[in-house]
Design a protein. Structure first.
Length: 161
């Protein structure tokens, strides 16, 4: 029985190609979210490593572009500048930055879990539709209906059963 807010659909009306496309899209979205989560986790590790006292006055390279760097020196490892999105940057302490990235990673994890459930349901739908299509083809072949093996029409190959 359908849950509240869900619509019941006749399985015979589902298009296997459309379900496959949706499954591919959801799987790609899952991979992208997982990649984003890993980036946030890496940010947490980087902030923790950078914030160690022995890193003060340490020489480093400051990226200007993907391929252009300037030499620099770490003056204040207690504070970092965090990209909070859409071109906004916020100065935070090490602890605040770790908390920020942890919250982001946790939020993405909850979305990953929901998406994983959706992907699982879509896979089940694809499996059911494939089974129904196989049953229909098998029934047509057994009854000699349309699509059954028989004399080939001009321009159409004969199907072997």
């Amino acid at each position: 029985m359908a849950q509240p807010g869900q619509q019941t659909i006749n399985i015979g009306d589902l298009d296997i190609a459309q379900l496959g496309d949706e499954l591919t899209h959801l799987t790609n979205s899952f991979a992208q979210l997982k990649q984003a989560q890993n980036k946030f986790k890496q940010c947490i590790e980087n902030v923790k490593e950078l914030g160690q006292k022995e890193n003060k006055d340490k020489a480093l390279l400051v990226p200007l572009t993907n391929s252009l760097y300037l030499p620099g020196k770490l003056v204040n490892p207690e504070h970092v500048i965090v990209d909070v999105g859409t071109g906004y940057y916020v100065k935070k302490t090490q602890a605040q930055a770790v908390k920020y990235y942890s919250q982001k990673a946790t939020y993405i994890q909850s979305n990953l879990e929901k998406l994983e459930e959706t992907i699982s349901r879509k896979r089940e739908n694809v499996s059911v539709v494939v089974q129904i299509l196989q049953q229909k083809v098998s029934a047509q072949i057994n009854t000699g209906g349309p699509g059954a093996a028989g004399p080939a029409r001009p321009g159409q190959p004969k199907v072997k059963g």
